[in-house]
Design a protein around this ligand. Structure first.
Ligand code: PAF
Length: 282
């Protein structure tokens, strides 16, 4: 595995692969890698000749300075995981390398970015669009892999790709969960042992709501999940919305869509957890 820290080295590594007619897959990450990331790398490994992984905690997508400061950084462990997973090139740049000058680009990402995480985390999706578009320009991958835990992020990236005219395939990959159902996340390490013990109830309630939804309305299902989670002292639902899985717009009746997905964020202590569940996809 080749570790590169500069854009120049990265470009030269992918250039020789491309000239040799090889397909290139990219897995953008912010490090603190876990089994969820590994599943993206595994899929990328299966579908491409060359696997490139970026490890970069992108400051422009953090609307909360404390979250950026405390974001876990585990460079050596990340390299070991990537090496074992068969990654070919890992890109670990500094902030100055990626942003030699401030990125002033403002993306108009439209309705997919105007709901849920959009208003909750102002500037977040613009920062994601900035870094992901930069990575796409540097690597020019054939395919790029993203986890479905950040469900809305995938819709936003697809919109950015459409607007910018990138020619690549976006490959969404299923959520990987702990044995007790908690969605794997780099932020889980910040949970206190007490809060870690209650956090799996997020998925338990989401999962139980699949059955509940069969005989109840969208609003009743939202209430079922929200009150169930809020019953735990340590947890508070920030939002639970059931949306169309493509447009991200909230639905008010099950018949409003052919693809219904419930998207949730929950404060578990001071850690913000995110998860989602698909009710149906026709
Ligand atoms: O999902 C993430 O980890 C980040 O938002 C991404 C896509 C790597 C961009 O920094």
């Amino acid at each position: 595995m080749l570790t590169v820290n500069t854009v120049k080295e990265l470009k030269s590594a992918v250039k020789s692969a491309r000239e040799a007619g090889k397909s290139i897959g990219l897995v953008p990450t912010m490090g603190a890698l876990h089994e969820g990331h590994k599943s993206l790398v595994d899929r990328c490994r299966k579908e491409n000749d060359v696997v490139v992984v970026s490890v970069f905690v992108n400051p422009t997508q953090f609307n909360n300075k404390e979250d950026l400061r405390t974001y876990p950084r585990t460079e050596e462990a990340d390299k070991a995981l990537l090496e074992a997973a068969g990654c070919d090139v890992v890109f670990m740049p500094s902030v100055e390398e990626v942003y030699p000058e401030p990125d002033t680009r403002v993306f108009n990402l439209g309705p997919v970015a105007e709901v849920m995480e959009g208003p909750m985390r102002p500037g977040h999706f613009n920062g994601v669009a900035q870094i992901v578009s930069k990575l796409f320009m540097m690597v020019e991958p054939d395919r790029a892999y993203f986890g479905e835990k950040d469900f809305q992020q995938i819709a936003v990236i697809r919109e950015m790709v459409r607007q910018e005219g990138f020619k690549l395939q976006i490959v969404p990959c299923p959520i990987v969960r702990e044995a007790d159902g908690l969605a794997k996340s780099s932020r889980n390490v910040r949970l206190t042992p007490e809060n870690r013990a209650v956090a799996p109830n997020i998925y338990r309630l989401l999962n139980e709501s699949l059955d509940f939804a069969k005989s109840h309305t969208v609003d009743e299902t939202i209430k079922f999940v929200t009150t169930g989670i809020n019953a735990y002292d340590a947890m508070e639902v920030e939002y639970y919305q059931i949306v169309d899985g493509i447009t991200m717009q909230p639905i008010s009746a099950w018949t409003d869509t052919r693809y219904a997905v419930g998207c949730i964020t929950v404060y578990c202590g001071d850690v913000r957890l995110i998860d989602n569940i698909t009710y149906f996809k026709e």
